[in-house]
Design a protein around this ligand. Structure first.
Ligand SMILES: NC(=O)c1ccc[n+]([C@@H]2O[C@H](COP(=O)([O-])OP(=O)(O)OC[C@H]3O[C@@H](n4cnc5c(N)ncnc54)[C@H](OP(=O)(O)O)[C@@H]3O)[C@@H](O)[C@H]2O)c1
Length: 352
């Protein structure tokens, strides 16, 4: 079933070789995806969330794997234009939804920095936009929100267990959502590491305390001094400071867990080396005696449903630093790459 009218071509930001976004991206006209079959859904994109992994993917995917006219991006909000016969009934034509694309779409270059996108409802995380969330906000909450849920699952942190958590990079796109999800899931204390100008923002998200990483360097020494006698259950590093993990026995419980999703401190290459080292080097051979948690960000629909419940209960809000016009994608990616963004960036594709 399809609503009308769907044009034969659409505007899309595309790249056909790996490289820095300013060199490889161009805004061109491409064929609109065909009408959906099976469990597929065709969406008209309203807004798309921008995150640092967008430029990472464009830079690091090997040439052989880059499809011609690949479209970047991973999450968006929009309207259902058409649906295959096997798509779930509650995703009806005309519904406003948010969606996080499956990992396979990233590899196939089928992202949402374009006017229309067709995805399989079985492998994408899709939810109806709940009341109280604007379409702009809906475009950029899914990915970080699902990740926050996954961290709870893989860190074995269950709702309402009164744990204590440290979030490094608490003012960023992911950190700001992680703080709120941790509070909503029942953390007793959430400590956010951020710069002094972002302290008020992070406290407003529900953190019990903030630590300025600039005036308290090196952070691990400060944490050992402050929290050595009352260590955390869980550390979540969105920046990727290897020393924070190797020195974590000073401020993280023996049965606690450390998650790193960031690659800011030492770059992507060293992050991969450190992840391997942290996963494989046993403590009895000199490795760090703390659990290092890693997970693949699968788009489990269960998590997006739970996330929307938290939004409806007004436990999670999205802070958008800036909305960019569709033509300004490269400016948006430039700003994201500065690593100084508070909250999220959004690209206006078709708008409301
Ligand atoms: N966003 C996603 O959906 C997503 C998905 C997958 C993976 N990741 C990865 O997760 C990481 C974090 O992403 P993000 O979107 O949260 O990043 P982000 O929004 O770009 O984070 C920037 C924030 O981090 C703060 N910051 C910078 N350096 C810091 C430091 N040394 N210590 C503490 N805070 C610092 C900045 O504030 P100040 O400069 O004022 O401190 C700024 O508020 C990235 O490596 C990204 O590739 C993100």
């Amino acid at each position: 079933m399809a609503s009308s009218p769907i044009p034969a071509t659409m505007k899309a930001w595309t790249y056909s070789r790996p490289g820095p976004h300013r060199k490889v991206l161009s805004l061109i006209e491409v064929p609109t995806p065909p009408l959906p079959t099976g469990s597929q859904i065709l969406f008209k994109v309203a807004y798309a969330g921008i995150d640092p992994s967008n430029t990472d993917v464009m830079r690091i995917v090997p040439s052989l794997l880059v499809r011609k006219n690949a479209i970047p991006g991973t999450e968006f909000s929009g309207t259902i234009m058409a649906r295959g016969p096997d798509a779930p009934d509650h995703f009806a034509v005309g519904c406003k939804v948010l969606c996080v694309t499956p990992n396979s779409a990233i590899l196939r270059g089928r992202g949402p920095f374009c006017e229309y996108i067709c995805l399989d409802s079985k492998t994408s995380a899709i939810a109806l936009v709940p009341e109280g969330l604007t379409t702009e906000e809906a475009s950029c909450i899914g990915q970080c929100g699902i990740m926050a849920m996954l961290i709870h699952k893989h860190g074995k942190l269950h709702q309402g267990n009164g744990y204590r958590i440290l979030v490094n990079g608490a003012s960023g796109g992911c950190g700001s959502i992680f703080v709120q999800v941790a509070v909503a899931m029942g953390a007793k204390e959430v400590v956010g590491v951020c710069s002094a100008p972002n302290a008020e923002f992070v406290l407003g998200l529900g953190a019990s305390r903030t630590i300025d990483y600039r005036t308290n360097a090196p952070l691990h020494e400060y944490l050992a001094k402050e929290y050595g006698t009352r260590p955390f259950d869980f550390v979540l590093d969105t920046i990727g400071v290897q020393e924070l993990y190797t020195k974590s026995p000073g401020f993280l419980k023996e049965n606690g867990a450390f998650v790193n999703i960031g690659n800011y401190a030492h770059g992507r290459f060293w992050m991969l080396v450190y992840v391997m080292l942290n996963m494989l080097w046993p403590w009895w051979l000199g490795g760090t005696p703390r659990k290092f948690v890693i997970f693949t960000p699968q788009r489990d629909p269960e998590f997006i449903v739970k996330l929307m419940d938290l939004v409806r209960e007004e436990k999670i809000k999205v802070h958008i630093e800036k909305v960019f016009a569709f033509e300004e994608l490269c400016d948006a990616l430039d700003l994201g790459d500065t690593k100084r963004v508070r909250g999220k960036l959004v690209l206006r594709v078709g708008g409301d």
